[in-house]
Design a protein around this ligand. Structure first.
Ligand code: ADP
Length: 594
């Protein structure tokens, strides 16, 4: 009972979530839906009501024109109504695409707004997949759910009409039909349960298939796939998981077969019972032959409508169960709390105070008791071996994650108290693993702002891409990559970094972060970039992460990270004098630069 309640609650909640939105945007859909419902409900009554008039009229030798009229109404009336309903159905279907687009767009927005740390959370990723598939092909989307919903209303109206008729002429028939329908309902509900169970196991497989499908065609993986002969492994994995899904489908069919056969048997029993009972009533003179045929038809209609109703109720439960995953995603709990405090428009001081950090769902503590102050306009260089925690420090600074212990303060206030979007506006980072889109160069730099190319060109010069851009026919409108543009270019690693740097500069945020952007640059280009960057950054606050210590010379202070801790902190000269890790690293690298 509790389970049923929660299923019905989900149906109600899903309808309450989607329908007001749909109603606001597409009122016509509901108007057409209501009209179609009424026509669908009325259609079977044309023949149910007129058939006894025709039959009894024939038997009693009534006037021929009247009889012909009855026959014409029976033959054409219902069909005519059904045709109108079909046209309305097609009109409703046209909305389907609109709904799908609208809700996919909302979903994409939501996915991009989810807290960053959830992008690594398996549970959140599964939820996104469940929402995507649940809202489209599993549930048929809003239109799919509506079809069940309007269908339910249609069935209820039809059932009500037929029940009144049967109660008038053959009350016992009603009881007989009710019992048999109950049996069918129980069998069908078992069958649906099996289906839901087998579907539930498919979400993981779908995620794997979409991953595999993507990797195989993504040309960026093409080199590795060919040179390391990964084809067999990828196809093998595909087959392995295909076997898994096929087994689920097979299992479903095998489990459902005996139930399908039982439904057929019940149908045979029902037909026999109806004819027997009504035949006896005619012989006893309780009803006319016309009413006999009316009751036969009413019995069939009742049976069909109740069958439809049960199926549709189960169907809407199933569909809303899938679509509900979308609602769960839309209401997905935040990973980090956000405040409302505004970020003042003034120079900022950022302070890490005894910050510890462990990545979610992992054991290893990556930052340990990090304390550090970044004053307005200060240029900080962060160095240390691979895995020391430098990038993690920057991710916490940008509030992609919250510290596990300790706090980060902006102008003396915990950063969690600030409006999240405003806080993020403070930073222009170039991450190690920055990503460019398969859009134009300009779009990659301005990311959506509608600006003139002239505003972007100076930046292109500043990062050293002027020659490249002017050598291309379409200039800044040149597309990157070949995902969907034949003439898209494939920029080198260095060029990509320069574009990413131009993007960071374009944002004009007060704190600039360069996370080892020079990895793909040669030492000369690297030196140039840093020198130019210093000029461009000017009075802004800057954080540089680099393996190459040449960049440290530009900075006011250097923090040496070692095993998640700030092991050394000071100016270049101080740290050299100190003779610790930094001095050692500098000595080791100095030979390359001599
Ligand atoms: P660095 O930038 O100094 O090379 P990182 O900050 O990238 O170091 O990494 C520090 C440690 O945190 C490494 O051991 C790394 O494996 C781990 N780490 C980095 N990112 C994640 C993540 N998203 N989830 C779990 N562990 C991570």
């Amino acid at each position: 009972m509790k389970k049923k309640n929660s299923a019905m609650k989900k149906v109600a909640e899903t309808l309450a979530f989607f329908y007001p939105q749909v109603f606001r945007k597409y009122k016509g859909y509901f108007f057409v839906g209501a009209l179609k419902t009424l026509i669908d409900a009325a259609a079977p009554f044309v023949s149910i009501l007129v058939l006894p008039l025709l039959i009894d009229g024939l038997i009693n030798g009534e006037e021929k024109t009247l009889l012909l009229l009855y026959a014409a109404v029976i033959a054409l009336g219902g069909t005519f109504l059904k045709m109108i309903a079909s046209v309305l159905g097609v009109t409703m279907e046209k909305y389907d695409e609109k709904f799908q687009n609208h809700f996919s767009e909302e979903l994409s927005r939501r996915v991009m707004d989810l807290d960053f740390q959830l992008t690594e959370d398996k549970k959140a990723l599964d939820q996104i997949e469940a929402a995507r598939t649940g809202m489209s092909w599993y549930s048929g989307g809003v239109h799919g759910i509506s079809q069940s919903f309007f269908g339910i209303v249609t069935d209820l109206i039809t059932i009500l009409g037929v029940v009144v008729l049967i109660a008038l002429h053959a009350p016992l028939l009603f009881v007989l039909l009710a019992v048999l329908m109950l049996v069918t309902a129980v069998i069908n509900s078992r069958s649906n349960k099996i289906e839901a169970e087998e579907y539930a196991g498919l979400s993981k497989f779908n995620r794997i298939f979409s991953y595999l499908g993507w990797e195989i065609v993504d040309f960026r993986y093409g080199k590795d796939i060919r040179l390391y002969s990964a084809q067999d492994m990828l196809v093998g994995k595909w087959e392995f998981y295909t076997d898994g899904t096929l087994k689920r489908w097979e299992n479903k069919a095998n489990r459902q077969l005996p139930l399908t056969l039982s439904v057929t048997a019940v149908n045979i029993i029902r037909t026999l019972t109806i004819y027997f009972y009504l035949g006896v009533r005619v012989i006893l003179g309780k009803i006319t032959i016309g009413i006999f045929s009316q009751m036969c038809e009413a019995g069939n209609t009742l049976n069909n409508s109740v069958g439809n109703l049960i199926w549709r109720v189960q169907d809407i439960i199933k569909k809303t169960n899938y679509a509900y995953e979308y609602i769960v995603l839309m209401r997905y709990p935040v990973a980090i709390e956000k405040g409302e405090r505004h970020v003042a428009d003034k120079p900022h001081t950022i302070e890490f105070k005894n910050v510890d950090f462990t990545y979610p769902n992992t054991e290893v503590q990556v930052l340990k008791n990090v304390s550090l102050t970044l004053s307005a306009g200060e240029h900080l260089s962060v160095v240390g071996l691979n895995g020391a925690g430098k990038t993690t420090f920057v991710k916490l600074l940008c509030r992609l994650y919250d510290p596990t212990a300790g706090e980060i303060l902006l102008d003396g206030v915990n950063i969690s108290e600030y409006d999240y979007k405003e806080y993020m506006q403070l930073f222009s980072p170039v991450f190690q693993d920055f990503k460019l889109f398969a859009f134009s160069m300009k779009e990659n730099i301005v990311l959506g702002d509608d600006v003139e190319k002239e505003a972007v060109l100076p930046l292109v010069g500043q990062v050293g891409l002027e020659e490249k851009v002017s050598s291309m026919e379409k200039g800044l409108d040149t597309m990157l990559f070949k995902f969907y543009e034949e003439d898209g270019i494939e920029p080198s690693g260095g060029e990509q970094q320069k574009l990413a740097i131009a993007r960071a500069l374009y944002k004009k945020a007060p704190v600039v972060i360069l996370d080892e952007p020079t990895a793909a640059l040669d030492p000369v280009a690297e030196y140039d970039i840093y020198r130019q960057f210093e000029e461009l950054v000017g009075g802004k606050t800057a954080v540089y992460i680099s393996h190459r210590l040449s960049s440290c010379k530009f900075c006011d202070r250097i923090a040496v990270f070692s095993d998640g801790q700030v092991a050394e902190y000071g100016t270049h000269d101080e740290l050299l004098k100190q003779g610790g890790i930094y001095a050692e690293m500098f000595a080791a690298q100095a030979q390359y630069y001599r």
